[in-house]
Design a protein around this ligand. Structure first.
Ligand SMILES: Cc1cc2nc3c(=O)[nH]c(=O)nc-3n(C[C@H](O)[C@H](O)[C@H](O)COP(=O)(O)OP(=O)(O)OC[C@H]3O[C@@H](n4cnc5c(N)ncnc54)[C@H](O)[C@@H]3O)c2cc1C
Length: 359
């Protein structure tokens, strides 16, 4: 039986970023993935690295920290898959104007003015809303960056059903490890816990070829941005609460282009690819990071032995993953405390109180 320090289940951006961080610290890691690298939500992502444009709050502050960390991380470690993409964020509605103005007035991030070529692309409708221009945003190539992170990590294509914990070790097939981290996104949970409710948010985006030159990224009704491939533009993504709401490829492309054209003048468009995927969000919109607690025992003070999760990143998985992976690595290897407000325990406490009341 082969022995590892840590098992990771799931090779999306969360699993890949964690495997990379741990292996950089000399850990022997084995990653299990049922389909292929970035075959879940990560493979569909436009993978914009941008902050949350809103008023203050724990999610906004967390994403801003992660954004600063991740911009440096991707630029330094994976420059070949990272494109600088200054971002013009435009309020989606009159009500959002206030949020954008508040953000602009209070942010310490580097803001500026978009290129004239960018403002010339805007429709009068888009130009009528408040906007903020962030100079340091980026886009990463989703699948390529996940594969590069896993290049020197042992990887096995296998669906994990229910790992066993015995004599201080997790066992999966013919391998053993001291610790287990679940990075399984919006897929069926391996340990179903009644207190963790993941919301599945489906989305589509498309890639188009166009004669229009996009110097910057524009986020308005949808995101419209240049990609690393010259002449290709990424448009999206949509948000649907049910898989049945996903549109056929043709209808999805039509709808995404309709939304893009509300903001940007696009010339000579040809749709080249449609991507569909699901994001996984938590009930309070914050990501979930930390040790799992077995829910059956409502008074449990203990956690599953050495079983952790990273999930619930919603639409910010690529922004959050390197930062969360670093927090988890420092927790696992250096016994650094994880932020309480991100631990699965926060849902467990609320759930246990409710269960106790109904007894
Ligand atoms: C259309 C779209 C656009 C998006 N755009 C952006 C963006 O611009 N910027 C951004 O930051 N985020 C974006 N996101 C969100 C981002 O993609 C997600 O937050 C991120 O992919 C979550 O990564 P993950 O690793 O947690 O999950 P996933 O990428 O879904 O990975 C989970 C993996 O676990 C595997 N798995 C599950 N169960 C098992 C099992 N039992 N055994 C083995 N393997 C298993 C799955 O096969 C999958 O590969 C977008 C998402 C979508 C859908």
């Amino acid at each position: 039986m082969k022995t590892y320090d840590i098992f990771i289940i799931g090779a999306g951006i969360n699993g890949a970023a964690l495997a990379y961080a741990l292996s950089q610290r000399g850990q022997k890691v084995l990653v299990f993935e049922q389909e292929g690298i970035a075959s879940g939500g990560s493979g569909a992502a436009g993978a914009f690295i941008n902050p949350k444009i809103s008023k203050s709050g724990p999610l906004k502050e967390l994403i801003e920290k992660a954004y600063c960390y991740s911009i440096d991380f991707y630029t330094q470690k994976f420059p070949q898959f990272t494109t600088a993409a200054p971002l013009l964020h435009i309020a989606k509605s009159e009500e959002e104007n206030e949020k954008v103005e508040y953000f602009k007035a209070h942010t310490s991030l580097k803001t500026g003015r978009p290129a004239e070529a960018t403002t010339a692309l805007l429709t009068p409708y888009a130009a009528s809303f408040s906007s903020v221009f962030l100079e340091e945003s980026a886009i990463v190539e989703a699948k390529e960056v996940c594969s590069a992170m896993l290049k020197d990590v042992e990887y096995r294509k296998m669906k994990v059903e229910r790992p066993l914990y015995n004599e201080g070790m997790w066992q999966i097939a013919d391998a053993k490890a001291k610790k287990l981290v679940l990075c399984t996104g919006a897929f069926e949970e391996i340990f179903k816990e009644p207190y963790i409710k993941l919301r599945r948010i489906f989305g589509q985006r498309c890639e188009i070829k166009s004669a229009t030159f996009m110097p910057d990224t524009i986020h308005h009704a949808v995101s419209v941005s240049a990609t690393k491939k010259s002449g290709f533009i990424s448009v999206g993504a949509s948000h649907y609460l049910s898989e049945e709401d996903l549109l056929s490829d043709q209808a999805a492309a039509q709808e995404l282009l309709r939304l893009a054209r509300l903001s940007v003048r696009l010339e000579e468009v040809q749709v080249t690819q449609i991507y569909s995927g699901m994001r996984s969000g938590s009930n309070d919109y914050l990501p979930i990071l930390g040790p799992m607690i077995p829910g059956e025992d409502t008074l449990a003070k203990t956690c599953y032995s050495e079983c952790y999760m990273i999930n619930g990143a919603g639409g910010y998985g690529f922004v959050l993953a390197p930062y969360l992976a670093n927090l988890m690595t420092e927790h696992l290897l250096d016994a650094q405390e994880l932020p309480e407000f991100l631990k699965p325990k926060r849902f467990h406490t609320r759930w246990a109180k409710k269960e106790a009341r109904s007894l």
